[in-house]
Design a protein. Structure first.
Length: 134
């Protein structure tokens, strides 16, 4: 069984280090900046994803299953995304506000309005995605 661990940098530690070094360095605080939330969101959006195959989604299309964060094996990621699509009613799947949230044991899944991406996560920061082909 393939187990995948995706590591992400801890931006709080990086920001604290930058601030600490700014106090000791020669540059002025106005010219040095710490990472902002938008930089963190951008880094998360471009973090490496581990592909785990395809599963049936809604309306007869397929969804690519990806491990986005944490230690999750591909079998579990595939199972969670499959269960999510099976649990959606047709009206939930067609909702203009996006589908979910749907609780699947320790996982909570949902998708935003107009996005082909379904995100499932746990309280301990594991995250998997189902990306439906348009």
């Amino acid at each position: 069984m393939k187990t995948v661990t995706v590591f992400r940098p801890c931006y709080g530690v990086i920001a604290a280090s930058v601030l600490l070094l700014t106090g000791c360095g020669g540059g002025s605080p106005a010219t040095q900046s710490a990472p902002t939330p938008s930089h963190e969101a951008e880094a998360l959006a471009t973090s490496p994803a581990i592909p785990c195959g395809k599963v049936p989604a809604t309306k007869g299309v397929q969804a690519d299953v990806l491990v986005r964060a944490g230690t999750v094996d591909c079998a579990q990621a595939t199972q969670v995304i499959t269960q999510y699509f099976q649990k959606l009613s047709p009206s939930e799947a067609a909702s203009p506000d996006g589908a979910g949230p749907v609780a699947l044991g320790e996982w909570t899944c949902g998708s935003g309005a107009g996005t082909p991406v379904t995100t499932c996560s746990t309280e301990d920061s594991r995250q998997v995605e189902g990306v439906v082909a348009r």
